[in-house]
Design a protein around this ligand. Structure first.
Ligand code: ZN
Length: 152
C-alpha cells in the first residue's frame, strides 16, 4: 500500500491543497463489509472493510480500507465492525470503546451519552435500572443507524 498514493488522490478531491488541513475535511459516512472485490484508494486490494468518507466541502466520496483509516483517522474498522455486528445481533449487548470513541468524535452521540455508556457498558443488561436501559437502547440505535450491517 502507498501512503503517497492515498494522499495524492485524496488531495485532488479536497478543498485544501495541504494534507494536514485536507485530512480534517473528511468525515466518516458508513462502513460495510466487502466481498473481496474492492480496493482502498491507496491501492491495497482486496479490502475487507469498506469505509466510506465524504468531504464536507466538495462532497466527494472515497472508499478506504482498514489499512488507511487506522493510519490516518486513528480508528480500527475491524474492531468497530465486529462490535456493531454483535450489537446488531443482540441489542442488549454493548459496543466496545473504539466504537464509542468514534461515535462521540463524529458527534453521532453526545459527550453525556458517551460518559453514560462508558459507565454502564460493563453491566449486564438485566442489571441496568429502568432509567438506564432505554438510554442504552437509544445510544445503540444511534450507532447502528450509522454503521449498517449488510447481511449475507
Ligand atoms: Zn489503504
Amino acid at each position: 500500500m502507498s501512503q503517497h498514493k492515498l494522499i495524492t488522490e485524496m488531495l485532488a478531491l479536497s478543498k485544501s491543497d495541504y494534507w494536514v488541513q485536507a485530512q480534517d475535511e473528511w468525515d466518516f459516512v458508513e462502513m460495510h463489509k466487502g466481498e473481496g472485490k474492492d480496493s482502498c484508494i491507496c491501492g491495497k486490494t482486496p479490502i475487507r472493510y469498506l469505509c466510506k468518507l465524504q468531504n464536507l466541502f466538495t462532497h466527494n466520496t472515497v472508499i478506504v480500507g482498514n489499512c488507511c483509516v487506522k493510519q490516518f483517522w486513528g480508528f480500527r474498522a475491524d474492531l468497530i465492525f465486529a462490535a456493531v455486528k454483535r450489537v446488531n445481533e443482540d441489542l442488549t449487548r454493548s459496543v466496545n470503546l473504539p466504537t464509542l470513541a468514534l461515535a462521540v468524535r463524529l458527534k453521532w452521540i453526545t459527550l453525556w451519552e458517551y460518559n453514560f455508556y462508558t459507565n454502564i457498558r460493563g453491566k449486564a443488561y438485566e442489571n441496568l435500572s429502568l432509567n438506564q436501559a432505554p438510554i442504552k437502547d437509544e445510544i445503540n440505535g444511534k450507532i447502528l443507524r450509522r454503521i449498517p450491517i449488510y447481511k449475507g
